[in-house]
Design a protein around this ligand. Sequence first.
Ligand code: LP5
Ligand code: MN
Length: 246
Amino acid sequence: MNDERGCSLFISDLHLAEERPAMAGLFLRFLADTAASATNLFILGDLFEFWVGDDTLDEPLNRDVADALSRLADAGTSISFMHGNRDFLAAEGFVAATRSRLLADPALLSLHGVRTLLMHGDTLCTDDHDYQRFRAHVHDPAIQRKFLALPLAARRQQVGQARARSEQQKQFKSAEIMDVAQAAVAAAFRSSGYPPRLIHGHTHRPARHELVVDGHRCERWVLADWYREGEYLRVDADGVTRHPLR
Ligand code: LP5
Ligand code: MN
């Protein structure tokens, strides 16, 4: 990865699914037309609507996406993939097929001369206690092993149930509860040694926030989801710019 020169592109929350072929098409065009000239592509979680195991890599959409990403890597763009709350089961098989590298959440990198903290964003939503309980449960390695040992149809059925429960419960949660908690944001900057820049997704509230944490000036960039249209963030030595995609 070339950290200082060139440019890095950031995307998250594409929620790619067979039922939304237009967004998959937009993503494949973005890889071929835009990402091909970038030094680095960072996918900060929820590339897929959900991921129930690497044994689904041969399904048509997954295959198209993996092939396009590995072509991009072959052509020289470094691809980094971070798990979201929907696709955290993407494992070694996915990483090998896409020729990407898996980024831990959080990840602290020096990018184009700026220390930059990268996260999916869900761990910042600490006021959403029900979600954080659910997250701890499904990140338990023993629970994941049990889930992955189930037949594919049973895994899909369980995810369908979890999705339905999640949609139902979100109706009763306030917008504030489903957003990041300011104390969690400050703690993330603090524990990483106050990098001046944080980039994350998850909340589907694209924005640039300026804040001061313990006397340090910081900025927090929130990526957009890809529901109505797509968007990427471009970072180079001159700064950060937002780019919508239609
Ligand atoms: O995803 P989004 O943005 O709509 O909502 C999230 C939170 N919801 C979730 C749940 C996922 O959408 C469900 C699909 C996960 C697929 C994973 C695949 C593999 C599973 C592997 C298991 C080992 O993340 C939502 C937040 C919202 O973001 C904003 O931050 O509020 O949180 C919830 O709504 C969670 C509920 O509060 C609790 C859900 C209980 C579901 C219990 C079902 C248990 C079955 C477990 C097996 C899958
Ligand atoms: Mn998410």
